[in-house]
Design a protein around this ligand. Structure first.
Ligand code: ZN
Length: 457
């Protein structure tokens, strides 16, 4: 069966369009499984052909973007992986309309640079910007460092084109910001991880280029003051606060001590370290205002120490500490979590989590950091490599406590397969049933990324 399918795909897609055998092995951040082939269509017509032919043969199709997901959403074991890497063109940048139109395989950073070249700004900013693709960040509704001001990917998509499981093409490539014309169909494809359709093109909303970058690192001893500082900055900076990233002290120690390349820019010894970024339009006036607001909070005792970057390079050095997440792996295997909570619950949750994990595993290391402006924390726990059962127990401990605090089991990484067993902790039975009904109605044959997000019926 699959030989006939592969022969058909090869003849339809041409020599560059299909990889099989050892060529179909692929590497990425996520576990990708072993696809029976990798289809590399170069047009939406070819995407349609791949989906139709696979549906007919009863072989699932798993869409691939930059393969930087962290929850197993791109696992293509036994399926045809469909990569959009050849469909990577920037079709239009229209500054007057404040939009750009891109193909789904375009790398995020390339799209950002194309916007910038026209004096515009695509505000998505995440660690995988050099390999994640526009289709991937749409289908996973990616977040990142500037959600606080510009929203998640969902907030940057005005229109899109997607191919459904039956091969029909939904073309909703509208550049309109206001468009209240019935169901907002694009939302079906944003954040649904390729289970309802394959995104092939998108119209993205752009912002004006913001020439003034102001970055500071501050130290704070009480979590209540972290929240008060954020509210103060939101108000005093008049909506220009663009990032507010917190590193708990254990994370800060890891990224500022060898073998990490970073060094303490603000001295060790405090409880919390916050990276603050303000993007503005007035390079002459903004730095003074930024500095004055921080000086005022220092004098008022809200923060204990602060360093304001005096150059792009100093700003980059501060961001490099926050971005050096790989240090969390240097002391052995880890389990990582991406959760969100109401801001008022973040610290009670974190303290209870430490207590619960230490009571059960006295040696356990718990490291926290994250996008506090969005109530999103990344939790890293060192796991004992000798204990294969620990991961499951850890998942249950973390997610159980999270449910008690009414949090979400996935803030920005999605569900994939890894978080699927815990989806019901964040979603009601009626919501889960509605998700299943949508999947059933759009993809009754289970062709598109089956088993991801929700279990197969
Ligand atoms: Zn993150």
């Amino acid at each position: 069966m699959s030989d006939t399918l592969l022969a058909g795909l090869a003849s339809r897609l041409g020599p560059r369009g299909l990889l099989t055998g050892s060529d179909a092995a692929s590497a990425g951040w996520s576990s990708l499984g072993r696809p029976i082939a990798i289809a590399r269509p170069s047009s939406v017509e070819e995407v349609v052909a791949v989906i139709r032919m696979c549906a007919e043969a009863g072989v699932p199709v798993v869409p691939w973007g930059g393969k930087t997901g962290l929850v197993g959403g791109a696992n293509a074991d036994g399926a045809v992986a469909l990569t959009l890497e050849r469909m990577n063109r920037i079709l239009q940048v229209a500054p007057d309309d404040g939009v750009m139109i891109v193909e789904a395989g375009c790398v995020v950073q390339t799209a950002c640079e194309a916007a910038e070249a026209q004096g515009m700004f695509l505000p998505l900013d995440l660690g995988s910007r050099g390999s994640a693709t526009i289709g991937g960040v749409i289908s996973t509704n990616a977040g990142g460092n500037r959600v606080l001001r510009f929203g998640m990917m969902r907030d940057m998509v005005l229109g899109l084109e997607a191919v459904l499981a039956d091969g029909s093409v939904v073309s909703s490539l509208t550049p309109l910001i206001k468009n209240n014309t019935g169901y907002d169909l694009k939302q079906l494809f944003i954040g649904s991880e390729g289970t309802l359709g394959v995104v092939t093109k998108a119209v993205l909303r752009l912002r004006p280029h913001l020439p003034s970058h102001n970055v500071a690192l501050v130290a704070i001893d009480a979590f209540a003051d972290v929240i008060r500082l954020m509210r103060r900055l939101e108000s005093r900076l008049g909506g220009q606060l663009s990032a507010f990233e917190v590193m708990w002290k254990d994370y800060y120690r890891l990224v500022t001590t060898a073998p990490a390349r970073g060094r303490p820019i603000v001295p060790l010894g405090h409880e919390y370290y916050v990276v603050i970024e303000m993007l503005g339009g007035d390079p002459a006036g903004d730095p003074g205002r930024f500095q004055a607001v921080l000086a005022e909070t220092l004098e008022g005792g809200l923060i204990q120490d602060a360093v304001v970057a005096q150059s792009r390079a100093e700003g980059a050095a501060i961001w490099a500490l926050r971005d050096d997440g790989e240090q969390v792996q240097r002391d052995g295997p880890i389990a990582a979590f991406d959760v969100s909570l109401r801001l008022s619950r973040v610290e009670p949750f974190s303290q209870a989590l430490r207590e619960r994990l230490h009571a059960r595993w006295p040696q356990s290391r718990v490291i926290l950091f994250g996008h506090i402006g969005d109530g999103n924390i990344h939790i890293v726990v060192g796991v004992d490599p000798e204990r294969a059962d620990m991961r499951r127990q850890l998942d249950e401990a973390v997610f159980g406590l999270l449910a008690e605090h009414e949090g979400s089991v996935s803030a920005e990484h999605g569900i994939g397969v890894d978080k699927r067993p815990y989806l019901a902790l964040s979603r009601s039975p009626v919501e889960l049933d509605l998700m299943r009904r949508l999947k059933q109605s759009l993809d009754p044959g289970g062709v598109l990324n089956p088993g991801k997000v929700i279990a197969e019926a």
